[in-house]
Ligand binder design. Structure first.
Ligand code: URA
Length: 213
């Protein structure tokens, strides 16, 4: 396998068809698997669900232009995991610091909902991404689907490490696993996830991954 699917990845027929529709409607958009953002030498890997249609699927950078990206990038900047300015564009100059961002499913799914089969089909790319990160100390999963996919990726038991907001699991070998409610528009608008709750997750991450320099 590989850390990144090819631009015309054929593995998920439903996602291919959706991608083709958007390529026809919006030929200037990215409309392809969205690659991991940041260096594979990073200590932190943030795992989201899947690109949003008018966000990462349009811009080609995870969470960029998606509502969820506003809170995610603001918090990464505040905690020193990014420098520069987030301006919802892939050329905004924002740089990740000791962090990388990817998605459990690399292609945009209809209605933001990948199927169980699509999550499983895309998992080898997550497996290879994690395997390619020699300094990985913490994986932050955004939402239950990402958390469960990370657990499966690492060959762990879901029942032993259930998803929960701010749940943290320190493994004997391998990166610590931290999970959070997804920073989606729905979760923040309904108050399920507040900014202090999200910052608390990053405090748990910083406790495990001190800033360098
Ligand atoms: N954008 C992404 O890239 N991933 C998500 O999980 C949500 C929005």
């Amino acid at each position: 396998m590989a850390t990144e699917p090819e631009r015309d990845c054929p593995l998920c027929p439903r996602l291919v068809a959706f991608r083709e529709t958007w390529r026809a409607a919006e030929p200037t958009w990215h409309n392809a698997p969205v690659p991991t953002f940041g260096s594979l030498d990073a200590g932190l890997l943030v795992v989201g669900l899947a690109p949003g249609v008018r966000g990462a699927n349009r811009t080609g950078r995870p969470f960029t232009g998606d509502y969820a990206g506003d809170l995610l990038y603001r918090t990464l900047l505040d905690f020193g995991f990014a420098t520069g300015t987030y301006d919802a564009r892939p050329d905004d100059g924002l740089t990740l610091v000791d962090a990388a961002i990817t998605n459990a499913v690399r292609c945009v799914p209809p209605e933001n909902k990948p199927t169980t089969v699509e999550i499983k089909t895309c998992r080898p790319f997550l497996i290879d991404t994690i395997a390619a990160m020699p300094n990985l100390a913490v994986i932050l999963s955004l939402g239950r689907i990402a958390h469960d996919s990370v657990i499966a990726t690492l060959g762990l038991k879901r029942s032993a490490m259930p998803f929960g907001h701010a749940a943290a699991y320190d493994l004997d070998a391998g990166p610590a696993l931290v999970s959070s409610y997804h920073c989606s528009r729905y979760n923040t608008n309904t108050g399920r996830l507040t900014e202090p709750m999200f910052r608390a997750v990053f405090e748990a991450i910083r406790a495990r991954l001190p800033a360098q320099g």
